[in-house]
Design a protein around this ligand. Structure first.
Ligand SMILES: Cc1cc2nc3c(=O)[nH]c(=O)nc-3n(C[C@H](O)[C@H](O)[C@H](O)COP(=O)(O)OP(=O)(O)OC[C@H]3O[C@@H](n4cnc5c(N)ncnc54)[C@H](O)[C@@H]3O)c2cc1C
Length: 399
């Protein structure tokens, strides 16, 4: 374990100017956002609200319009790709591009895996012709039975039907990545729980070997809260170099910390996640440094709301004379979050994107709520957002 802080580079870029962060929001929109975050700032209210919203949706209560103009509008792009255009346009006016994320928690059936694959192909086709879109994105578990991914990882022999199902997963992966390659659209593959991630890695590296020879079509995600991840990144870089393809890296801290700890505890194995946030932060920033030093092989998208890490990459790019708009370097945040980072970086000329979840209200919101409840960092983020919006409202009031 490293004993000291990584050599963090100082940056002149500031994320403190809330007038830049919220320039595109009218006073009315800002007050609405303030209300949403002030509710989210009270954890008990979030839990209560989540319960009732799920219940009302389940009972088909007529509250869809209310939800759509508040929570849904804050965190989602629309119910379908066309509806997302009204979110993509104002982002793109501010030089921020969108990553449309079909975030639906559908029942796990072969029919739904096909449905999601077809929707992903649509997002790729749409990205080809829409300059306001930077990447496509998907989760392997949305097109594959998670229990089969887990069995493959545990080297448990698959039944004949399971083998056929796994073969269909590989076909779906190939259809998606091939389409992305043909349309010259890059595709991010999200990282998931450690007990299925090795299988996901194998599938993704197979695609990279096929479609990343000249341009970085496929990106894998590295969760830096994992103890083995910096070494994994180094191994993946060496493999890519040896096999002659480009490594696409999405760098994140990791969203499943509580779930990971719980499973390790229940099944009595060593936790794969670092013991402290400081260790995760250290490894995230060390990975950024490593990537900048291997820019010939790696293209990167850092998915983070952490200001220190964003500034670290900015400074390293300056130090290595990498132009801000270099197509191998991207920053990404979630829609409705950390606009101070996204808008400031975009204004300064860096490549910035927002993950824009979309899909039918009744399918997307329960999925986002479950995810938010599992990930305790969402709470800290809500506090940060609340403070920023409060500051901007005060600034506007004082002229
Ligand atoms: C564009 C984008 C794409 C993303 N894609 C994925 C994805 O594919 N897969 C995925 O898993 N997540 C993904 N995430 C979520 C991400 O992993 C983080 O959960 C989230 O962004 C918060 O981390 P941060 O770097 O933004 O900020 P911070 O608030 O600085 O970091 C919070 C994170 O630090 C880590 N942490 C907190 N406490 C501890 C502790 N005690 N010990 C060890 N580590 C700790 C956790 O990872 C926590 O989420 C994505 C996020 C973004 C913005």
């Amino acid at each position: 374990m490293p004993s000291k802080k990584p050599m963090l580079e100082a940056s002149v870029l500031s994320f403190d100017d809330t007038s830049v962060a919220f320039a595109s929001k009218s006073n009315f929109q800002l007050r609405k956002t303030f209300l949403i975050y002030s509710c989210m700032d009270k954890n008990w209210l979030v839990k209560l609200g989540t319960f009732f919203i799920k219940l009302f949706i389940f009972l088909h209560f007529p509250i869809k319009k209310l939800i759509k103009t508040t929570l849904f509008e804050q965190f989602c792009g629309g119910e379908n790709i066309e509806e997302c255009n009204s979110t993509i346009k104002p982002l793109y006016d501010n030089k921020i591009r969108a990553i449309l994320d079909y975030s639906v928690g559908l029942v796990e059936t072969e029919k739904n895996y096909e449905k999601i694959t077809n929707e992903l192909l649509k997002t790729i086709d749409n990205a080809e012709t829409n300059d306001g879109i930077s990447f496509s994105v998907f989760k392997v578990s949305s097109i594959a039975p998670p229990e089969i991914l887990e069995k493959v990882q545990s080297e448990i022999e698959l039944t004949k039907d399971e083998k056929a199902a796994y073969e269909r997963v590989r076909e779906r992966m190939n259809i998606i990545c091939k389409r992305a390659f043909e349309k010259k659209v890059s595709v991010l593959v999200d990282a998931e729980e450690s007990w299925i991630q090795d299988t996901i890695d194998t599938l993704v590296y197979g695609m990279m070997a096929k479609y990343n020879k000249e341009i970085t079509t496929v990106y894998n995600t590295f969760q830096m809260y994992r103890k083995d991840m910096l070494q994994n990144l180094k191994d993946a870089t060496e493999n890519a170099h040896e096999e002659g393809y480009l490594l696409g890296v999405k760098l994140v801290r990791g969203a499943y910390m509580e779930k990971e700890r719980q499973k390790a505890h229940e099944e009595n194995y060593c936790e794969p996640i670092f013991d402290s946030k400081e260790d995760t932060d250290w490894h995230f920033d060390a990975a950024i440094t490593y990537i900048v030093e291997h820019v010939d092989t790696i293209s990167v998208c850092i998915g983070t709301h952490n200001e220190v890490s964003c500034k670290h990459l900015v400074s390293l790019m300056e130090k290595h004379n990498i132009v801000r708009a270099n197509k191998h370097f991207h920053f990404a945040q979630l829609l409705g979050m950390s606009d101070n980072i996204s808008y400031s970086l975009a204004k300064a000329g860096y490549n910035v994107s927002k993950y824009v979840p979309y899909g039918p209200v009744e399918d997307v919101l329960p999925f986002l709520f479950n995810h938010a409840n599992e990930n305790t960092s969402v709470e800290d983020q809500a506090h940060r957002e609340f403070a920023l919006i409060k500051r901007e409202l005060l600034r506007r009031q004082n002229g």
